[in-house]
Design a protein around this ligand. Structure first.
Ligand code: SAM
Length: 282
């Protein structure tokens, strides 16, 4: 038995419950269609009478069931889009966020083409790989404590044909063995454990807690470690760029305002929230 694309779209849109607007339901249909059948939106628009197999139909409806249970669509397709890159993602890495795309723009505004860059807490590799894709002469390194995350980042580098060096290391360790860098960039885990109840259940239930939560009650824990790293491995005149928790942005800036850094600046994201820090090592 087969089913037309038009009928399938109708049932997907009517069965999707989970907080989707009508427009998002349509977008979800086209993402699932492409993922499970390789048929594009254009195919639908030009021939909505086209039939698909019962197996494809069932896969798409199973995708709808998972979405209704709160599974992120990126975990169903195992794909996420970050700036102009298509990345592989899974349960071991944070699904890259739009704010982090803005962090990359901020870095690109200050970086020179031949510099050494370290991405601390690289996850899917989204930050380092985006920088490398724009400036191919950069020497880009990424560290993470999670080997599972590094496996994903490595796969992304390979799929994209981009050279990036990955090392399993904690940003709380002494990183001198990696040498000196002109640019450090990090989107560290910055959600306090006390904030867990406020998180959307699909984020709390599906994304790696090691990527989300600061490991102590100190909201600045990773920022203190990043400052220590900057003192050890950031060349004088080099920059550190950080994604921030909006509630602690000013405190993080205070941490960097010392005799060792200058031009400490906070930037808003497109939502108007205090989100990024730039500081120059003296
Ligand atoms: C908020 S996620 C950011 C991932 C990616 N850079 C992005 O922007 O989407 C934080 C990352 O830091 C890693 N991480 C957690 N604790 C770490 C530590 N002590 N040292 C290095 N990486 C750590 C997590 O595994 C996770 O990949």
């Amino acid at each position: 038995m087969t089913l037309s694309l038009k009928k399938l779209k109708k049932s997907v849109v009517s069965e999707l419950q989970y907080n989707f607007t009508a427009r998002e339901k349509e977008q979800v249909f086209f993402i699932l269609l492409e993922h499970f059948t390789a048929l594009s939106k254009i195919t639908y628009l030009t021939n909505s009478g086209q039939e698909i197999s019962i197996d494809q139909n069932e896969s798409i409806l199973h995708g709808v069931t998972l979405l209704n249970e709160g599974i992120p669509i990126q975990h169903i397709t195992e794909k996420a889009y970050f700036r102009d890159l298509e990345l592989q993602v899974n349960k071991h890495v944070l699904i890259p966020r739009p704010e982090t795309e803005e962090l990359v723009s901020l870095v690109l505004g200050h970086i020179s083409p031949n510099q050494r860059v370290l991405d601390l807490g690289t996850g899917s590799g989204c930050i380092g790989l985006s920088l490398k894709s724009k400036l191919p002469n950069l020497e880009v390194h990424g560290i993470d404590v999670s080997q599972d995350a590094l496996d994903v980042a490595q796969l992304n580098a390979k799929n994209l044909g981009l050279e990036m060096n990955f090392t399993k290391l904690s940003m709380t360790e002494n990183l001198s063995g990696l040498g000196e860098f002109q640019v450090l960039v990090s989107n560290p885990p910055y959600i306090g454990k006390h904030e867990a109840p406020k998180l959307e259940s699909n984020v709390y239930g599906n994304e790696p807690h090691i990527a989300l939560f600061s490991i102590t009650e100190d909201p600045l824990y990773f920022y203190k470690a990043l400052k220590k790293s900057a003192l050890e491995i950031l060349e004088p005149g080099g920059f550190i760029f950080l994604e921030l928790h909006e509630d602690y942005a000013n405190k993080t800036a205070e941490l960097f305002k010392s005799e060792k850094f200058e031009d400490v600046e906070i930037f808003n994201d497109l939502q108007g929230k205090l989100r990024f820090l730039k500081a120059k090592r003296i």
